[in-house]
Design a protein. Structure first.
Length: 289
């Protein structure tokens, strides 16, 4: 465990505990972006950072070559655990250098226990930072799903290569539904910090006539001190692509949106727009359910 001295009070009221989750699988494209982003976010907020660095412990079923396989698996488990411990150590050292209070945890866990541990830890934090990953189905996606739908807390998903926290300009994806309202309200600490916030509604993809319009929601954010504008956009390709384009045009540092869950055999675990943006987003996603 590591407990460096605390940083001074930060500039994001309401963000006091940040969790970053790492699932070490020994790949070259590890969660370095999530770690760097979480350190920058915790430093800006003056928040406590908890680093959960877990190795996915491999198991085998006994068979004819049990002895040889057992040795190979034990060796790989040892290697993954060492990588998880090294990542936690680097995070603690970096946090200490920045004056950030940091607690680290490094353990080797079977897959279900790793997911359950991250979910339980996420309930104790204001938000969780996770890596987007680069594959359609991998452990990062399961961690995102577990934290989003099992913790009751928001999640910031960091795309590969994004190592710096920013919230100067923020896009809020708005369809008038309860998930969008939840996400926008959970993101208020960042929206108040921003110099410019744009509520974006993508029209033409589905009927929004019975939903609360972005123009009706904007005064709520204004009363919270948010500098907000409203933009209704025609769908270009699909909703995810429209949001990607607009985030770039707005020079956004963050995209806020509600997360929807679909049946596993229909469309993986997350709805189509969320799933598409997780695969390819130009900026970190602030997600809430």
């Amino acid at each position: 465990m590591s407990e460096p001295h605390a940083a001074g009070r930060g500039t994001i009221p309401g963000i006091r505990d940040v969790l970053v989750g790492i699932a070490e699988e020994g790949r070259d494209d590890g969660p370095e972006s999530a770690l760097a982003y979480a350190l920058a976010l915790a430093g800006t907020a003056g928040a406590h950072l908890t680093v959960q660095s877990a190795a996915r412990r491999l198991t085998v079923v006994a068979g004819a070559a049990w002895g040889v396989v057992q040795e190979l698996v034990a060796s790989e488990n040892g290697r993954l655990r060492a990588l998880a411990q090294a990542a936690a150590g680097r995070a603690a050292a970096d946090a200490a250098g920045l004056g950030i209070t940091c607690t680290t945890e490094a353990s080797a866990l079977a897959y279900p226990d790793l997911i359950a541990r991250l979910t339980a830890r996420a309930r104790l934090a204001d938000l969780t930072v996770l890596e987007a990953g680069t594959r359609e189905i991998d452990i990062e996606r399961d961690l995102i799903d577990a934290a989003l739908f099992g913790s009751g807390r928001p999640v910031v998903v960091v795309p590969p290569g994004c190592r710096t926290f920013g919230a100067r300009r923020v896009v809020v994806a708005w369809d008038g539904g309860p998930q969008a309202a939840r996400a926008a309200n959970d993101a208020l600490p960042f929206l108040r910090l921003a110099e410019a916030v744009e509520i974006v509604s993508v029209v033409g993809e589905k009927d929004l006539s019975a939903s609360v319009a972005g123009a009706e929601f904007a005064p709520h954010l204004t009363r919270h001190g948010v500098a907000v504008s409203v933009n209704d956009l025609p769908v270009v390709g699909d909703v995810a692509e429209t949001l990607r384009i607009q985030a770039g045009l707005f020079r956004a540092d963050m995209l806020v949106m509600g997360a929807y869950r679909r049946a596993r055999f229909r469309e993986w675990l997350l709805g189509g727009v969320t799933r598409s943006l997780l695969l390819r987003s130009p900026v970190p996603l602030f997600l809430a359910h």
